[in-house]
Design a protein around this ligand. Structure first.
Ligand code: NDP
Length: 299
C-alpha cells in the first residue's frame, strides 16, 4: 500500500509569511503605514509565554510592529479591560490578541466582547462569528483558516467532498465547519456524544481531528485516500521519560491509509501563526480603508 503524502505546514506557513511581508512593504510604500499587532498575556504560563514570544518575533520578521503586554497573574478583569480599551483606540494597533487561557478571576467572554471586532485578529468576537456564519466579510479564526489552506495543498477543489470535523469548539470546530461549507463540502461535526465515531469518521474525504486526545483517531477510522488534518497538540511522556508532541491522529497507522496528512508538529501549528499575520494585515487594510494587497488574495 502506498504511503500518504505528508502536507508540509512549515513550508506553507513560510510561503504565507513571505506573502505577508511583501504585502506589508507594499502598504508601507503605497499607503505610508505599517500594520501593528498587540499581544496581551496575563500570568506566566510557560507554554503561553513561548507562544507570545513566537508571535512577536514572527510579526517583526514580517515587517510589522509588535506590541507585547505581559501582565501579572493577579491582574484584575477591570485592569485588562482598561488595557484593551486603550489598544482599541490606538491608531498604531490594528490587531489585538489576548492569549488564552486567562486566570480564573477574568471572564474570557467579557474580554473577547471588549475587543473592537475590526481589530479582533483571532476572530473570536461574536460579531465576527456571526459574519462568518452569514457569509459576510470579517476576521476568521486563524487555525481553521490554516486547516483549509492545508487541505487545499492536497486537493485544490474541495467542492462536493464529505468533510467530518471531530470537535465543536468555538475556536476550531465550529468556524472550520463554516469555512468548509463555503468550500462546498458536505460537513458533519462530531463530538464526545457522537454515536459510533469511527463509522462517522470513515465517511470522510476530509477528516479533521480537533479534540485534544492523543492518537484518538486510529488507522481503521480513515477512508482510503482521505485528506487528514490533525489539529491536536498533546504533550505525552515517552518510554525514556522525555516529553514529545503527538496529534489526535495515530500518525503511523494513518499514513498507511490516508491520501495526505498533516504531521504534528509541523502541520497546523505553524499555519496558525502565519494566518494571524495575514489577519493583522487584513484588519489594518479594513481600518485604513485601503484595498488588500493582491498577494494576500485567497488567504
Ligand atoms: P476543546 O477542548 O475546546 O474541544 C474539544 C472538542 O473535542 C469538544 O467539542 C469535545 O466534545 C470533543 N471531544 C473530546 N473528547 C472526545 C472524544 N473522546 N470523542 C469525540 N470528541 C471528543 O479543544 P480545542 O478545539 O480548543 O482544541 C482541540 C485540540 O486542538 C487541542 O489539542 C488543542 O491543543 C489543539 N489546538 C491546536 C491549535 C494549533 O494551532 N495547532 C490551535 C487550537 C487548538 P464536547 O463538545 O462534546 O465536549
Amino acid at each position: 500500500m502506498s504511503e500518504a503524502r505528508i502536507i508540509d505546514g512549515k513550508a506553507l506557513a513560510a510561503s504565507v509569511q513571505e506573502r505577508v511581508a511583501a504585502a506589508v512593504s507594499e502598504l508601507r510604500m503605497k499607503h505610508s503605514f505599517v500594520p501593528g499587532l498587540a499581544v496581551v498575556l496575563v500570568g506566566d504560563d510557560p507554554a503561553s509565554r513561548v507562544y507570545v514570544r513566537n508571535k512577536g518575533r514572527r510579526t517583526t520578521e514580517a515587517g510589522m510592529k509588535s506590541f507585547e503586554y505581559l501582565l501579572p497573574a493577579d491582574t484584575t478583569e477591570k485592569a485588562l479591560l482598561d488595557r484593551i480599551r486603550l489598544l482599541n483606540e490606538s491608531p498604531e494597533v490594528h490587531g489585538i490578541l489576548v492569549q488564552l487561557p486567562l486566570p480564573g478571576q477574568i471572564d474570557p467572554a467579557r474580554v473577547i466582547d471588549a475587543i473592537d471586532p475590526d481589530k479582533d485578529v483571532d476572530g473570536f468576537h461574536v460579531i465576527n462569528a456571526g459574519r462568518l456564519a452569514v457569509g459576510r466579510p470579517g476576521l476568521v479564526p486563524c487555525t481553521p483558516l490554516g486547516c483549509v489552506l492545508l487541505a487545499k495543498q492536497a486537493r485544490e477543489d474541495l467542492s462536493g467532498l464529505e468533510a467530518v470535523i471531530i470537535g465543536r469548539s468555538n475556536i476550531v470546530g465550529k468556524p472550520l465547519a463554516q469555512l468548509l461549507l463555503r468550500e462546498n463540502c458536505t460537513v458533519t461535526i462530531a463530538h464526545s456524544r457522537t454515536r459510533d465515531l469511527p463509522e462517522v469518521a470513515r465517511r470522510a474525504d476530509v477528516l479533521v481531528a480537533a479534540v485534544g486526545r492523543p492518537e484518538l483517531v486510529r488507522g481503521e477510522w480513515i477512508k482510503a485516500g482521505a485528506i487528514v488534518i490533525d489539529v491536536g497538540i498533546n504533550r505525552v511522556r515517552r518510554e525514556d521519560g522525555k516529553a514529545r508532541l503527538v496529534g489526535d491522529v495515530a500518525f503511523d497507522e494513518a499514513t498507511a491509509v490516508a491520501g495526505a496528512i498533516t504531521p504534528v508538529p509541523g502541520g497546523v501549528g505553524p499555519m496558525t501563526i502565519a494566518m494571524l499575520l495575514a489577519n493583522t494585515v487584513k484588519a489594518a487594510c479594513l481600518q485604513r480603508g485601503v484595498p488588500l494587497p493582491r498577494m494576500l488574495e485567497g488567504l
